[in-house]
Design a protein around this ligand. Structure first.
Ligand code: SAM
Length: 351
């Protein structure tokens, strides 16, 4: 709160006058505009000169300069380093992670060892910078196990791991402590969804809570079989299919993709998605088995340093399954998962 000079103006002329004050270098951006009945009082830095007053009167002939009490504009720090500038030593500030994941309203940050004991204040700062974040967790280790779940440590905010994530017009209910989900794959999912044509049959072998399958079904009239072995991922997948209104197109299946393909989905697919980078190679025979006799596309993901080697090993795997790679229509680095280690993507046309 503070008393200061302001320009009292008819509400209707407010925005035009504010722009003019800004242009004249008169607008006080530290104070908030006050409302008074049908008028606004716009804070200014100094008494306007006669020439300035004349131009202000042109916008609103009834405007007047008044003195009143203004509230201060709440200034939010732009990033963690700014939020913690007065709290942490420079060496600790330099160690702050530059990026972190936000899934729904939960942030997941990777703290270097020297910052572990400051977890609580880092979490508080993070929630000040990002007002929509309600809970903060730190990575307690690598993504692990068959379900590809990451151990987490609560740092601050609500003790809640269930959230709703919005991505390119879809919503995904996710429990970050029980299922795999990475917001960093948003563009990759969209890229794949946009390649699908109407009436295609797609098998999403490792669907998690359903992001690939649901993006596809929201954009194309394609039938998608979405498989996951994790019972929680499957339950959330069923819920997400309903939330996104794609029940007619996406069929959730709980089970092991190898078994499900062998018993239920042989020779039916135009397209197979294999987003299980740590294990994809050993599932190549089943992806081939799911494809129609005339062939189709496999979207293949693995962790690697070298794309050439990935292509070679993939081709060998496909040949061992009795098929052939006709063409690699796309190859790319999706995201860095460790220094010089990438999640890479191949789109392969198989016959
Ligand atoms: C890396 S996650 C990908 C999830 C999802 N595609 C996404 O983009 O969020 C791999 C998923 O494969 C599932 N999974 C692991 N082994 C499986 C198997 N044999 N059959 C089916 N799903 C499996 C895990 O539970 C996990 O949800």
């Amino acid at each position: 709160m503070g008393e200061g000079l302001g320009v009292k103006v008819n509400k209707d002329r407010g925005e035009e006058l504010r722009k003019l004050l800004l242009k004249l270098g008169l607008l006080n951006k530290e104070l908030r505009i006050e409302k008074e009945g049908y008028y606004l009082i716009i804070p200014i830095l100094r008494e306007p000169s006669p020439a300035e007053l004349a131009s202000l009167h042109k916008v609103d002939p009834n405007m007047e300069v008044v003195r009143t009490v203004f509230k201060e504009v709440e200034r939010r720090p732009r990033d963690l380093a700014e939020a913690l500038g007065d709290v942490l030593e420079p060496n600790l500030l330099a160690a702050l992670p530059r990026s972190f994941d936000i899934v729904g309203d939960i942030a997941i940050i990777e703290l270097p060892p020297e910052l572990v004991e400051y977890g609580e204040i880092v979490a508080k700062a993070l929630m000040t910078v990002h007002r929509n974040v309600r809970a903060v967790y730190s990575k307690g280790g690598a993504v692990e196990g068959e379900f590809r779940v990451r151990p987490l440590r609560h740092l601050g905010g609500e003790r809640r791991t269930l959230t709703v994530h919005r991505e390119h017009g879809c919503v995904f209910k996710v429990d970050i402590s029980k299922v795999y989900f990475s917001p960093r794959l948003a563009n990759e999912r969209l890229r794949v969804a946009n390649l699908v044509r109407h009436e295609e049959v797609v098998v999403d072998m490792f669907s998690g809570v359903g992001p690939f399958a649901i993006h596809i079904a929201r954009r194309r009239k394609a039938k998608v079989y979405a498989i996951d072995i994790n019972p929680t991922a499957y339950s959330l997948l069923v819920e997400n299919v309903r939330l996104n209104k794609v029940e007619e197109l996406v069929e959730p299946i709980h089970g092991d993709a190898a078994q499900v393909v062998t018993t239920k989905l042989r020779g039916i697919a135009d397209r197979v998605i294999m987003n299980h980078p740590s294990q994809a190679e050993r599932f190549i025979p089943y992806a081939c088995k799911a494809l129609k006799d005339e062939g189709g596309v496999i979207h293949y993901y693995v962790f690697a340093r070298d794309l050439e080697e990935v292509k070679e090993r993939f081709s060998r795997g496909v040949e061992a399954a009795g098929r052939r790679v006709l063409d690699i229509t796309y190859e790319g680095y999706v995201r860095e998962v460790a220094p010089r280690l990438w999640q890479v993507a191949l789109d392969a046309l198989i016959i």
